[in-house]
Design a protein around this ligand. Structure first.
Ligand code: FAD
Length: 377
C-alpha cells in the first residue's frame, strides 16, 4: 500500500513516522526543508497550555499534558522541564484566586504525570528571582512545563520516520492532487506518482492546497500570526508568564540558549505565507508589554532578532485568542485532511491519523514502538 504525506512540519513528519511504524510504504513530500515553517517558529513550549483552561478546552489540555509526559520520558535530552513564574499585579486582568484555581486544575489534569505541583510565592520571593517592578506586585505562583528546540524535534521525527523506512522528498512541492479510479495522482514539477492513500498535512497551507485542487472539506483554517522577540541577554533563569492589562492576553518571557524569548502576538494573517515576519507594530507591542513589568526596560537595541510563524487554527472568530488549539482529522475515502494541531500533541495526532488509515484499509495494524532515531543535536 503506497501512502503519500504532504507537508513535512511536525504533524506531517509525525504521521509519516507513525505510518512507517505500521509498515505502510510512505513517501513524505515537503516543498522546502522539513520543520522549517511553523514548526520552528513556536514559543518552544511542550505544554498543556494553562490559558486554554479559561476557554474550557479540558480535553486538549489533558491530551497535551499526557504528550508532555511522554516526551519528557522518551526524549529527555531535548525536552526539558522549565519553571514558569507567574507574577500577579493589582491591575492584572486575572486575580490570584482565579490563577490559583487554574493551576490547581492544571495539576489535576496532569495527574501522576505532573512535573511538580504549583506553589504560591510572595512578592519578595518573586523580586528575589526576577527583575520585576515592585509597584503593585501582589505575589504570584510557580509551576512547571517543558521546553524544546522545536526545529531539532521536527528534524528528529523526520529522521525517525526515515529510520522506519519512510521516503522523504524535500524541496518537492505537490502542485496537483487528483483522483484516478481508486488512486490519487500526486503531481510535482518533475512528474506524477500514484498512491493508494494521501494525507494532507500542509499546516497553514491547507486552505490553499484544498481549494487549488477543488477538494471539499468541512473545515477551514483561520491563519493567526505569532511573533517573538529574541533579546540579546538572559533576563532570568526561570520563565515568566505575564498578563497584558490592555487586552487580557498572556505572553511568555523565556530563557533560550543564553538569550530570552518574548512572545507571542496573535494577529489574523492575510498576506503571503512565505517569509512571514514580525511587523513593527508587533515589536512595539511586545516591548511595551514587557516594559510594564520589569525594572530595566528594554529598547530596540536589546533585540538580537525576531521571528514569526502562522498558526493553523480550526474555525472562525474575530478574536484570535478564542480559537481552539485543537486539531481535526477528516477522512474522505482514501484522503485524510489534517487541520490544526499543536507541536506538543504531534504524537497523539499521528496515532489517530494511523487509526484512520487502518480504518480505510480495513485492518488494524500495530505500530512498532516509537523509538527516536539517534539524536545529532
Ligand atoms: C507563534 C507560534 C507559537 C507557537 N507555540 C507553540 C508552543 O509553544 N507549543 C506548541 O505545542 N505549539 C505551538 N505552536 C503551534 C505549532 O507550532 C503548530 O501548530 C505546528 O507547528 C503546526 O505544524 P504543521 O506540521 O501542521 O505545520 P508546518 O510546520 O507549517 O508544516 C507544514 C509543511 O507543509 C509544507 N507544505 C505546504 N504545502 C505544501 C505542498 N503543496 N507540497 C509540499 N509541502 C507543502 C510546508 O512547507 C510546511 O513545511 C505555535 C505556533 C505559532 C505560530
Amino acid at each position: 500500500m503506497r501512502l503519500a504525506v504532504i507537508g513535512g512540519g511536525i504533524n506531517g513528519a509525525g504521521i509519516a513516522w507513525e505510518l512507517a511504524r505500521r509498515d505502510y510504504d510512505v513517501t513524505l513530500f515537503e516543498k522546502g526543508r522539513c520543520g522549517a515553517q511553523t514548526s520552528s517558529a513556536t514559543t518552544k513550549m511542550i505544554h498543556g497550555g494553562i490559558r486554554y483552561l479559561e476557554r474550557l478546552h479540558f480535553g486538549l489540555v489533558r491530551e497535551s499534558l499526557r504528550d508532555r509526559a511522554w516526551l519528557l520520558e522518551h526524549l529527555p535530552s531535548l525536552v526539558k522541564p522549565i519553571e514558569i513564574l507567574l507574577p500577579v499585579y493589582g491591575d492584572s486582568p486575572r486575580s490570584r484566586f482565579t490563577i490559583r484555581a487554574g493551576l490547581t486544575l492544571y495539576d489535576l489534569l496532569a495527574g501522576r504525570n505532573n512535573i511538580a505541583p504549583h506553589r504560591s510565592l510572595s512578592a519578595d520571593e518573586l523580586i528575589e528571582r526576577l527583575p520585576l517592578a515592585r509597584a503593585g506586585l501582589r505575589g504570584g505562583f510557580t509551576y512547571f512545563d517543558a521546553q524544546v528546540d522545536d526545529y531539532a524535534l521536527a528534524r528528529l521525527v523526520v529522521d525517525s520516520a526515515i529510520h522506519e523506512g519512510a521516503t522523504v522528498r524535500e524541496v518537492t512541492r505537490v502542485i496537483s492532487l487528483r483522483r484516478s479510479g481508486k488512486e490519487w495522482i500526486v503531481g510535482r514539477a518533475s512528474g506524477e506518482e500514484r498512491f493508494d492513500f494521501v494525507v494532507n498535512a500542509a499546516g497553514p497551507w491547507m486552505n490553499a492546497l484544498l481549494s487549488e485542487n477543488r477538494i471539499r472539506s468541512r473545515y477551514r483554517l483561520s491563519l493567526v500570526r505569532g511573533s517573538h522577540l529574541v533579546l540579546k541577554h538572559r533576563v532570568a533563569e526561570a520563565g515568566m508568564l505575564l498578563q497584558s492589562v490592555s487586552d487580557r492576553r498572556v505572553f511568555f518571557v523565556l530563557p533560550w540558549k543564553g538569550t530570552t524569548l518574548v512572545g507571542t502576538t496573535e494577529i489574523m494573517h492575510s498576506g503571503s505565507l512565505e517569509h512571514v515576519s514580525a511587523t513593527e507594530a508587533e515589536i512595539d507591542y511586545l516591548i511595551a508589554r514587557f516594559n510594564r513589568y520589569v525594572r530595566d526596560p528594554i529598547g530596540r537595541d536589546d533585540i538580537a532578532s525576531t521571528f514569526a510563524g502562522v498558526r493553523p487554527l480550526v474555525g472562525r472568530s474575530t478574536n484570535p485568542s478564542a480559537l481552539a488549539r485543537d486539531y481535526r482529522l477528516e477522512r474522505r475515502g482514501n484522503l485524510l485532511n489534517v487541520f490544526g494541531g499543536k507541536m506538543t500533541t504531534f504524537r497523539s495526532l499521528a496515532e489517530k491519523a494511523g487509526m484512520r488509515v487502518d480504518n480505510y484499509f480495513g485492518r488494524v495494524r500495530t505500530a512498532r514502538p516509537a523509538t527516536f532515531a539517534v539524536i545529532n543535536v
